[in-house]
Design a protein around this ligand. Structure first.
Ligand code: SF4
Ligand code: SF4
Ligand code: ZN
Length: 264
């Protein structure tokens, strides 16, 4: 297997993975979306809500706020906790939100008792409060995975495609029709012949192939090489998200191995 980093930002990572099957590339993608445990607000107690939104709508919005923890590993999932899932500081973190209008309630107004936990983004709007309207809530965030509910989905835009391979044959007459149709401007004509640049950006749409009358362009996916793009919801840095997804897959493989060994 070969790994090449193409782009790294706090919330986004893009890499080229070669010498693997589509199932392997897709396994990491799926684990990023549904198997990496993170915190999300899961339980609320409303003491006052005179806003225009129903209690349920407020609860839904709070649940969808991505939360970032300085050390996520200090929390366990309720079903694995020594409290048996009834709730304790080991498996949940308490928060308070208290606001009075006029003004917008933002995610930054959610205050956790653990200073290491906070919303990943400050300015996610929750609700506009009119003059004298109040919102007073207490509740808990717990740690779970995306398969439980989308609010625990750590990866959002996660996708992959085969690495494209394009070859221009000698029959190219430099007419430039492929250049005109490429929506990503990856083609040019130099020295009377089509040339490609930055082919990792190619979407394999084949518009260039259809436009080429002499049939000089041959485009094909490289079957064991993938451009993978992973975007985090903000709960984890993108590179940590991919590393944790790989850890989850490894754990499952080890579990399977142990179970098979029991059968032997
Ligand atoms: S359309 Fe075909 S012949 Fe024309 S420049 Fe492109 S590759 Fe060459
Ligand atoms: S397949 Fe589509 S994106 Fe790729 S080079 Fe051809 S026209 Fe451009
Ligand atoms: Zn507990």
């Amino acid at each position: 297997m070969k790994f090449e980093l193409l782009q790294l930002e706090e919330d986004r990572i893009r890499y080229l993975l070669s010498g693997v099957t589509a199932a392997f590339a897709n396994g990491i993608r799926r684990a990023c979306m549904s198997e990496v445990p993170v915190l999300a607000i899961d339980e609320i107690g409303l003491y006052d809500n005179t806003s225009v939104l129903f209690d349920e709508q407020i609860g839904l919005r709070l649940g969808e706020v991505p939360l970032r923890a300085e050390d996520l590993d200090i929390f366990c999932q309720p079903e694995d906790c020594q409290c048996g899932g009834t709730g304790c500081p080991g498996c949940r973190v308490e928060f308070m939100l208290s606001s009075e209008g006029p003004g917008m309630v933002y995610s930054r107004d959610i205050q956790f008792t653990d200073p290491g936990v906070k919303p990943a983004f400050d300015k996610i709007p929750i609700v506009i409060l009119g003059d004298g309207e109040k919102l007073v809530i207490e509740g808990y965030a717990t740690k779970h995975v995306g398969t439980e509910h989308t609010k625990w989905q750590a990866g959002t835009l996660c996708g992959y495609k085969n690495q494209p391979c394009i070859v221009v044959a000698d029959s190219c007459d430099g007419c430039g029709k492929c250049v005109e149709v490429c929506p990503r401007n990856l083609l040019s004509v130099e020295g009377g012949r089509a040339k490609t640049t930055n082919m990792l950006e190619c979407s394999l749409c084949k518009l260039c192939v259809d436009a080429c009358e002499p049939g000089a362009i041959k485009l094909s996916p490289i079957m064991d090489s993938f451009v993978v793009s992973i975007e985090s919801s903000g709960t984890l840095p993108a590179k940590d998200l991919v590393a944790k997804a790989a850890e989850e897959i490894k754990k499952r493989a080890e579990d399977l191995d142990a179970k098979l060994a029991e059968l032997a």
